[in-house]
Design a protein around this ligand. Structure first.
Ligand SMILES: Cc1cc2nc3c(=O)[nH]c(=O)nc-3n(C[C@H](O)[C@H](O)[C@H](O)COP(=O)(O)OP(=O)(O)OC[C@H]3O[C@@H](n4cnc5c(N)ncnc54)[C@H](O)[C@@H]3O)c2cc1C
Length: 394
């Protein structure tokens, strides 16, 4: 650029973020095309019925359930950013519950099998999960222990060549439809953080009881279960990872889960922002579009700044994570900030819509109800603040 050129602001710059390549953009387009064509048209229906199991084999067929897993297991062998692309593009379904059900399968329940599983476990669980033939869920939370994971009571007791599992799990996404659960148990209550063990448990085993489908504020397209485990006998080969290391395994899993959740929050916030922008440009009050009111303009400016800040934090943190670092503090910040601003943006979008924002027809209230979960699930705001605060030695 010559010194004499007039510099104009480049508001519409199309340059993609440096973590993404042309291949990621092609993947983005193909996921979006599928989501818009095959999932989004059912969003209303699935709010009533929950989404059907057949979405899993269909997405498996398209390769979307194994984007980051090795080709040897039927995956696509992609990098970590492919998982972000999936989380972002799924928001085009306008169906938060569906997106959560898929994310639990792809980015919460199956990563521990890939990282810690034996070859036999990968063949029995990961391979069919990538094909969408087996549906996965993850059981951490219990009726008496959520944030305080170390307080869980589900026990796995060794008896001969088996383990006998007793306990309960609640709020389990996919719990009613799942073929197997990655289950967090205590194997040695005296051993503190070294007394936890993960198990791969088939959900059709005797003693696994799917108690009730829980009714929720949002995410209606997902199923959420209360589960009981009564004298469930599993072989030693059902241990996932190391006996006694389950707490650390699950803390690792939560980091990936939080990054994916943060990516979904930013994408959903951007989507409701875009939709509301169009609405504000069309809706008139006092003789002009409401978008021309300074107060509305400032609301959009505030929202855009928050969304962009969250996005940059997510991408930079994902870049560190993908390059082998374990940036727990920044992941916690990204999860906390993205969850909060997504809820704030959805709330402001309801306000800009006025009465229409309160009506189901416009779908904005549903975005707010769905996003509200993110300040609770995968670690509450307060837990994220604890992790961040403690990381400074406080
Ligand atoms: C729709 C939905 C789907 C879910 N899916 C799953 C799933 O698939 N698998 C699964 O295992 N779990 C799942 N969860 C559970 C979710 O992760 C927990 O609800 C969450 O971790 C909070 O635990 P809790 O509900 O027991 O709340 P509590 O731990 O009882 O917390 C209650 C309040 O106390 C605060 N608090 C707790 N400890 C502290 C502290 N040390 N400092 C400050 N404040 C604190 C919390 O922030 C919160 O505000 C799901 C939850 C929902 C609602």
């Amino acid at each position: 650029m010559a010194a004499t050129d007039v510099l104009k602001p480049d508001h519409a710059g199309a340059r993609r973020h440096f973590i993404f390549t042309e291949e990621h953009e092609q993947l983005r387009e193909s996921i979006r095309a599928f989501v818009v064509k095959e999932l989004a048209p059912h969003a209303e229906e699935w709010e009533e019925t929950t989404f059907p199991d057949r979405v899993f084999p269909r997405m498996g067929e398209l390769g979307f359930l194994g984007l980051t897993y090795p080709e040897a297991y039927g995956g696509q062998g992609g990098d970590y950013y492919c998982a972000l692309v999936l989380a972002e593009e799924m928001t085009h379904s306008d169906c938060g519950g569906l997106n959560m059900g898929i994310a639990v399968h792809t980015d919460m329940a199956t990563p521990p099998i890939h990282l810690f599983g034996t070859e036999a476990q990968k063949q029995s669980y990961l391979v069919p999960a990538i094909r969408g033939e087996k549906i996965a869920c993850l059981g951490i939370t219990e009726p008496d222990a959520g944030s305080d994971v170390a307080a869980i009571k589900t026990r796995a007791v060794r008896a001969g060549g088996e383990y006998v599992i007793n306990g309960a799990k609640t709020y389990i996404t996919n719990g009613h439809r799942a073929d197997f659960i990655v289950l967090v148990t205590k194997t040695d209550p005296e051993a503190g953080y070294d007394g936890f063990t993960l198990f791969l448990v088939d959900m059709d085993l005797p003693g696994v009881i799917r108690e009730k489908k829980l009714q929720k504020l949002g995410m209606h397209a997902s199923d959420t279960a209360l589960l009981a485990f009564q004298d469930v006998r599993v072989p030693e080969s059902a241990v996932l990872g190391q006996v006694g290391k389950g707490f650390y395994h699950v803390m690792w899993e939560l980091q990936g889960e939080r990054m994916i959740g943060a990516a979904g929050c930013v994408a959903a916030a951007q989507r409701v922002f875009d939709r509301t922008l169009r609405y504000a440009q069309e809706r008139h009050a006092f003789g002009r579009p409401i978008s021309k009111l300074q107060v509305t303009r400032h609301k959009f400016a505030e929202m855009a700044t928050k969304i962009e800040t969250a996005r940059q934090l997510n991408y930079t943190t994902a870049w560190r994570f993908a390059n082998g670092e374990y940036p727990v503090r920044e992941i916690s910040m990204a999860k906390l900030y993205a969850s909060r601003i997504a809820v704030e943006v959805a709330d402001e979008c309801i306000q800009i819509h006025g009465g229409a924002g309160y009506m189901k027809e416009y779908g904005v209230e549903r975005v707010w109800r769905d996003l509200r979960l993110n300040r609770i699930g995968a670690g509450t705001d307060e837990v994220m603040l604890e992790v961040i605060g403690k990381s400074y030695g406080l």
